[in-house]
Design a binder for this molecule. Sequence first.
Ligand code: HEC
Ligand code: HEC
Ligand code: HEC
Ligand code: HEC
Ligand code: HEC
Length: 252
Amino acid sequence: MGNIFPRWTNFLPLQVLVALGGVGTLVVAILWYSFTPKYTRVGYEPQQPIPFDHSLHAGQLGVDCRYCHSNVEKSSHSNIPNSQVCWNCHGPGKVKSDSPKLAVLRQAMDPNSDGYTGEPIRWVQIHETPDYAYFNHSAHVNRGVSCVECHGKVNEMAVVSHQKPLSMSFCLDCHRNVENHLRPVDEITNLDWTAHDLDRDAFYAYLAGKTGKAADELKADGPDEIDQEVLGVYLKDAWNIHPPQDCAACHR
Ligand code: HEC
Ligand code: HEC
Ligand code: HEC
Ligand code: HEC
Ligand code: HEC
């Protein structure tokens, strides 16, 4: 029980509500749900200490999200890379190592630089869940939910902004209609991917394995094109996906 105390002080009414349970809770919850502010943080685009450009690094150069956000599959929290990761490419004698735009990086990394501090770069956090709600990255990306679902097309953003509401109703909209949002796990950081990119023969071969019918037969009866609906319904079943909708799953 030890760790519950600080949370009570954080958001007492919610804890009481969730603890009480029952019909009353449901009524209040439905009311609350309908009034959840949907777009409050959408558009938030703070100025960062270095003008880091995702459309260049992740888009044009094609560096995978996980090269920098290396914990996203392993832990609940998706890390921001430390300065060493940037230094791998922007260190002495490497890419744009004298650029004025990288002065803050040199102050963090190079003892010979003007204004050296040796301190981490203070990136401003954009997406943030309140303390009373629980969110886990790895539980999503390892179940075929792409970054693009919750962050938009970061690979096209020169400056990252908050593009999806990430409100309670946003979370639940997907949990209730999850088949519209699932994809093969190895495509989660390919933000331009669509279900139409999927190989049709491979899809029917897999279905055949599951149903015991011939692949050709399934293909003749099945849709000509693998779209999100066909794929999503299938993945949900094949992977036994059941996103939680009970209060205690997200309010622990
Ligand atoms: C895989 C190598 C690589 C990594 C890692 C990398 N960059 Fe870059 N970065 C580049 C390349 C290539 C360019 C484009 C250089 C050019 O325009 O000729 C660039 C350009 C930049 C520029 C623009 C510089 C200018 O003067 O136009 C900034 C700022 C920058 N990067 C910041 C960062 C930061 C901050 C990090 C760490 C979070 C980082 N980069 C990590 C390769 C990298
Ligand atoms: C070269 C390193 C690098 C790569 C590659 C990279 N990022 Fe980032 N990312 C950063 C840095 C540094 C920040 C913090 C500065 C900023 O917001 O631009 C950041 C910030 C973010 C944020 C906002 C974090 C917050 O505070 O809420 C999101 C979301 C994000 N990245 C998603 C992605 C996705 C999705 C990809 C792949 C398409 C990706 N990143 C690729 C370095 C990287
Ligand atoms: C199901 C929704 C969802 C998906 C999918 C998702 N994120 Fe997030 N992301 C969030 C939420 C919610 C937050 C705020 C979390 C918090 O407060 O800890 C967040 C925060 C972040 C942050 C900021 C962390 C910080 O401390 O500044 C980064 C970076 C990030 N996400 C990167 C990614 C990358 C990269 C992917 C894909 C590999 C991804 N996310 C997939 C919902 C998602
Ligand atoms: C685009 C779809 C999507 C969105 C948006 C989404 N989820 Fe999920 N969520 C899933 C899927 C898929 C699973 C995995 C279910 C399974 O494994 O059966 C999941 C599982 C979970 C779980 C159970 C696993 C765990 O971590 O304990 C929690 C809690 C959860 N989501 C919270 C959230 C919260 C909070 C948000 C909003 C910030 C959110 N989700 C947004 C699709 C989504
Ligand atoms: C899938 C995850 C998820 C489930 C299930 C869930 N919530 Fe939430 N809830 C959230 C998130 C995330 C927020 C924070 C929203 C924000 O930041 O705007 C939130 C916020 C709230 C708030 C604060 C007011 C508001 O609407 O922003 C209350 C009260 C609340 N939830 C009650 C409940 C109750 C009661 C239930 C059960 C019927 C429930 N929640 C189920 C994710 C969830």
